[in-house]
Design a protein around this ligand. Structure first.
Ligand code: GMT
Length: 397
């Protein structure tokens, strides 16, 4: 079966990694000629609807004074049903278990009433399992949603292990397809010397952190590590992103008297450009199921000093593409950063390793894996449908 597919992609539109992975995968599928229908409550940040084969369907919220909480799940299910029917989708790929996988099951049931069978593909990303999902109350609903999906992937081996150990889900239910990167998009970026000149005019080393500044990212540790590094290595720190911990981190910079060396840039869509002039990424997260941003850094030849939690060691190889250290080990991370930045030959060596390892996550290698699963699921669903129809005709006779 090699026909072009119509794929529904359900995701969060925000700066988080799951929305970015969903968008980049969808865009890559669109370039392969498939028709991609994104379903979300806002335009995903990296989506360009003027690309060929890309469509966007917005979920609108139901407002009524009775509702203290607008019933988003209902609006989302209704939108999924509508788009599947109207656009005649072949498959629904939902990113993030909460509530997307759970809602997709409901949409599937509604569609079945109308004799429409749609295979459900769920990708688990991390916080849906390791943080938000880890509530006793949500456990049965999330286990149910995962088990009801026709195919489930996790973005790292570690996330698969975590899912199976906490939820009532059997290991053979979950397949690992790691996150990926479009190396082409990063390769074409010319070094933006303008950024370097503005922030590090005296040739200081540039350290960078990029995240949604949530507690899980431990961003005060970024500041503390940098504080130690700048004592020995002339350097500056760029903080890209925004979120609830930004204020605390800014305050800490003032207290440590390093505010003039740290630039908070807010959210940015220019990640590859910024990374192109950076020397080292700091990622001291409490947990990280994959760490897409580490991969983005490595694709720009930027080594990473990170924690060794979750799926990070699958992306950032200790002593090769950077260093992975225990959560909270400020001293260890600072020492590792100084080790990498302290000698030009060493830095060059780590940079080359980072890029070489990033190349193993090239989107060109991952897209065919997803495509194969899509085709198999659709084939299986069609066979089930035929079996069901035959059964009905036999019963009527
Ligand atoms: O990192 C976040 O808090 C955002 C979150 C998301 O779902 O949008 O990211 C998760 O999914 C990314 C894409 O698969 C992974 O690269 C991140 O490691 C993961 N975040 C955590 O596990 C904390």
């Amino acid at each position: 079966m090699n026909r072009k597919l119509k794929i529904g992609v359900v995701c969060f539109p925000t700066y988080g990694g799951s929305g970015i992975v969903a968008t980049e995968l969808g865009r890559a599928m669109a370039r392969h000629g498939h028709e991609i229908h994104f379903i979300s409550y806002k335009m995903p940040v990296r989506l360009d609807v003027f690309e060929e084969n890309v469509f966007y369907h917005e979920v609108s919220s139901i407002d009524y004074p009775l509702f203290e909480f607008p019933p988003y799940e209902l609006s989302l299910a209704a939108k999924m049903v509508d788009v599947v029917k109207f656009e005649k989708l072949d498959i629904l790929h939902v990113h993030y278990a909460i509530p997307n996988a759970y809602v997709a099951f409901m949409a599937k049931q509604i569609l079945l009433q109308e004799q429409i069978r749609i295979p459900l593909f769920t990708t688990l990303h991390g916080t849906d399992i390791t943080l938000v999902g880890k509530s006793e109350l949500l456990k049965p609903a999330i286990s149910f949603a995962i088990n009801q999906s026709d195919y489930v992937t996790a973005v790292s081996d570690d996330l698969k292990k975590e899912t199976c150990s906490y939820f009532d889900v059997k290991p053979d239910k979950i397949h690992v397809i790691p996150n990926f990167i479009d190396l082409e998009e990063y390769r074409v970026i010319k070094k933006l010397q303008r950024i370097k000149k503005a922030i590090a005019p005296n040739g200081e080393k540039l350290l960078v952190h990029i995240s949604n500044f949530r507690p899980v990212k431990n961003i005060e540790d970024v500041v503390k590590v940098f504080y130690e590094v700048q004592k020995e290595v002339p350097s500056k720190l760029i903080m890209v992103g925004d979120g609830p911990c930004r204020e605390g981190a800014e305050k800490l910079c003032r207290e440590l008297n390093i505010a003039d060396k740290v630039r908070f840039m807010g959210k940015s869509l220019e990640v590859p450009k910024i990374l192109s002039v950076c020397d080292l990424m700091l990622l001291p997260s409490k947990t990280e199921s994959f760490g897409l941003v580490a991969l983005e850094a490595m694709a720009c030849s930027v080594p990473v000093v990170s924690t060794n939690t979750g799926g990070l060691p699958e992306v950032n190889i200790h002593e090769k593409t950077g260093f992975t250290l225990p959560v909270g080990d400020i001293e260890g991370m600072a020492k590792a950063a100084k080790h990498i930045l302290g000698c030009p030959e060493k830095l060059q060596h780590f940079k080359e390793n980072a890029l070489a390892h990033a190349q193993t996550f090239d989107i060109q290698n991952i897209v065919p894996d997803y495509e194969e699963v899509y085709y198999n699921l659709i084939q299986k669903s069609m066979e089930e449908c035929e079996k069901y129809q035959k059964g009905r005709t036999k019963d009527k006779k």
